[in-house]
Design a protein around this ligand. Structure first.
Ligand code: GLN
Length: 484
């Protein structure tokens, strides 16, 4: 059963081939057998899952249940879950049990999906390797000496190891697409505002966006149908009709104009990754798509602009963790100042503290214009590059990341090398555009991803092309050797 896609599981549940309780128990058994090998899941909610599955079976037996009814999934531990610890990968929130569900979690619960547990992640979603988690690193099921990517590495690894058929994730600078690529699965970052951020612990509020991860584009479409909604509780949520993302999956790619940014194929791209991505583009061309070379001239400014804007917003967002209201508090503080200082020093890891320092510095009087103001201007230029490009092309494609999964520790001492992991993904967040990664090859025994970027609210077209690509290739069906 763990090799079925979500689409297949839905059919099986609706045709009574197996019950949600059986399915849920099957995944819970796999999690208890295999999770120690990967550390992908940090909280398992077995009893709650079986209760939800029982209710889902009742709903299914009445007929007319929503598509996700009875399907087991995992939530990234950045989404607040009522009565279930939500740590955000940090010691700071190791003891935090929210009294409410995030809207995304609520949407899945409304439709009867079954939460199996919460996935490991980089601390406060800061990272590209899952090495910054308080709960230890996640191992890549394709090669356990290598990282799964981050920050949604737990969700990606869990799907690759068949511990769940789908999961939620978030992407501030690449955290859905990069781990999806490194673990050989599919993942979509929707347009900013498409999915509610309410109850999702904030990292950089103008960039954060939640999205689905699964093995196929079709499954991502099914998950997005459930996740996307207008939410009055999130002031940046967009009040726009949510289409049925599965309805257009069958459209042909004939005549589609695909822009290939020359900046995405320059120095720094692993030659094996380049070959795989170019082959994928040729496959789409053979189906009738037209490839057009384009330029996104300000691409190289995206990483520096991001590493001013994201830390600036993070420093403001993380100021709420002060040892007073909730979260970690140091022992025996001498006075108020000592409590603030030690609670934050002991509760936050090194990377989080680095970002808070950078962000506070960039926002200080005297530096604000030089750094933050400048970065916002660069952000405008990047956005303009994309809107110019979308005047002549329907989609933009290139690699998701520069290379296949790297080994643990390989970039640990060099934050800048780590930051460059997101060189192809960050611009999309700065512009607020949707982007997806789908598996497109195996390089050095590890998967690599093709990135598909669309115009605002063009998720249906991205998913359609991704699905068509998966009809003519089988990269999404490859399984890590250790997994059966
Ligand atoms: N790797 C990037 C960072 O560390 C992006 C993380 C994310 O998308 N959450 O900021």
């Amino acid at each position: 059963m763990h090799n079925y896609t979500i689409a297949e599981l839905i059919k099986g549940l609706q045709n009574n081939e197996f019950s949600s309780v059986e399915l849920t128990q099957h995944f819970l058994d796999r999690i208890s057998q295999l999770n120690d090998d990967y550390n992908a899941i940090i909280t398992v909610t077995g009893e709650q899952a079986l209760n939800a599955a029982t209710l889902a079976d009742q709903r299914l037996s009445l007929g007319d249940a929503p598509a996700m009814c009875g399907v087991p999934i995992l939530h990234k531990d950045i989404f607040c879950t009522d009565g279930v610890r939500t740590s955000c990968g940090s010691k700071m929130l190791d003891n935090f049990i929210p009294p409410y569900n995030a809207t995304v979690v609520e949407n899945f619960a409304r439709d009867g999906a079954v939460m199996l547990g919460k996935t490991n992640m980089d601390e406060f979603a800061m990272g590209s390797s899952n090495e910054t988690s308080f709960y230890g690193p996640v191992k890549n099921p394709w090669a356990t000496d290598s990282v799964p990517g981050g920050s949604s590495g737990g969700s990606a690894a869990a799907i690759a190891a068949r511990l769940a058929p789908g999961a939620t994730a978030t992407d501030t600078g690449g955290s859905i697409r990069q781990p999806a690529a490194l673990c050989g699965i599919s993942g979509l970052k929707p347009t900013y505002g498409r999915v509610s951020r309410w109850g999702m612990i904030a990292f950089a509020s103008s960039l954060d966006q939640a999205g689905p991860m699964a093995r196929t584009a079709e499954d991502c479409a099914i998950l997005l149908n459930c996740m996307a909604s207008f939410d009055e509780k999130d002031s940046t949520s967009v009040d726009k009709n949510v289409p049925d993302y599965t309805a257009s999956l069958g459209n042909s790619v004939k005549g589609l104009k695909i822009g290939i940014p020359k900046e995405y194929f320059s120095e720094g791209l692993h030659p094996g990754t380049e070959v795989a991505v170019r082959k994928a583009l040729a496959d789409l061309e053979a189906q009738g798509a037209e490839l057009v070379e384009i330029s996104l001239p300000n691409s190289e400014l995206s990483v520096p602009a991001y590493y001013v804007i994201a830390p600036a917003e993070a420093s403001a967002n993380l100021s709420r963790f002060d040892g007073v209201k909730y979260g970690y508090r140091c022992e025996n503080p001498k006075d108020l100042q000592d409590m603030y200082c030690r609670s934050r020093t002991e509760g936050f890891g090194e990377e989080v503290q680095r970002r808070i320092l950078i962000g506070t510095y960039c926002l200080s009087a005297g530096y604000y214009d030089a750094y933050y103001g400048k970065a916002q201007q660069v952000r405008q230029l990047i956005q303009q590059d994309f809107s110019d490009a979308f005047k002549s092309v329907d989609l933009i494609m290139g690699p998701t990341c520069p290379s296949p999964a790297f080994k643990f520790g390989a970039k640990g001492d060099d934050p800048v090398a780590m930051y460059l992991e997101d060189i192809y993904t960050i611009a999309t967040n700065l512009a607020g555009l949707p982007g997806m990664s789908v598996p497109c090859g195996i390089v050095e025994d590890k998967p690599v991803g093709l990135q598909i970027i669309g115009n605002y609210f063009d998720e249906a077209r991205i998913l359609n092309v991704a699905h068509q690509f998966q009809q003519i290739t089988n990269w999404h069906q490859q399984t890590p050797e250790a997994i059966s």
